[in-house]
Design a protein around this ligand. Sequence first.
Ligand SMILES: C[S@@+](CC[C@H](N)C(=O)[O-])C[C@H]1O[C@@H](n2cnc3c(N)ncnc32)[C@H](O)[C@@H]1O
Length: 327
Amino acid sequence: MGEGDDLRAMITGFRTSAALSVAAELGISDALADDGQTVSELAAAVKADEDTLGRLLRAMVAIGVYAVQDGVYTNTSLGERLRSDVPGTLRPLARMGQDPAFWAAWGHLAHSVRTGENAFEAMQGVDVWTYRETRPELNANFNENMTALSWYVGKAVADTYDFGKLSTVVDVGGGHGILLDAVLNRYENLHGVVFDLPHVVAKQPRTEALAPRWSAVAGNFFEAVPPADAYLIKSILHDWPDDRCVQILRTCAATLNPGGVVLVVELVLDRSGYEGEAAFSDLNMLVMPGGRERTEDQYAALFKAAGLHLTKVIDTSARFSIIEATA
Ligand SMILES: C[S@@+](CC[C@H](N)C(=O)[O-])C[C@H]1O[C@@H](n2cnc3c(N)ncnc32)[C@H](O)[C@@H]1O
């Protein structure tokens, strides 16, 4: 190891991201789920060129994602996390790197840093939501990634926050509704609504048992949301600049039932233990949706501008915090 090797590895880190993305796209971990395979068996299973696949596998073995013995490849514990069928799968996250627009946005980070503008929109001429609306596969993969992430965050939120005194909760921008399902599963008297854009919103709860207490509403959170005792707003505000966040919060404040709460669930900047994760997520928000991660004080200012008041910040076991506000 020479001086600068750590820095060299950081600089070339994009190669790791690209190679992992291809392994995920090909479904190598799924193909290795039951049995080890030789490179020629694997090439037939994932429809790839045998020699080139061997080169990709060599790199994956080098970083510990797959293991090889006597020419037979198997998943390591890291490789297992790229299987489609494991709870909290990381396969959809890795597959996001298959869209050239994703790399173009990150490749245009300098533009964002110089001008403060959103790189994605500068490159594509539309925001990420409009771009995904006309690309069903990309949209589906994005929603699967949010569902996988919110699978464990949802459990942590349901375990941490006391919803006991509330009757109705709306999951604002709730996507496929995994967070809402976790909360309704935990609180048997609670009724819930998942609210999202028409081409995204969940069609049904994940279990039939929730159906009597569950509904879905399609709409636009800049215009109106259904009334509630609690608004769950997870990974939404970080997608938007301040003025748009205030609009979303005002929409919620307008129909918040008396005594109700707004619960923003986000990674909060400057909380110890995951500074790097929050800081790089902040850059991702800058180049992709055009938003930002925020400190507790910055959330307090957003609430204030929307006529709400930050009451407390509760950390969960999933690194995400619950930022509570009242009218
Ligand atoms: C980063 S995802 C978060 C999904 C979910 N809350 C979670 O954490 O798993 C942002 C969500 O906001 C939704 N969204 C974007 N613009 C919206 C709008 N104008 N009205 C309603 N939902 C919107 C997207 O469709 C997407 O599901």
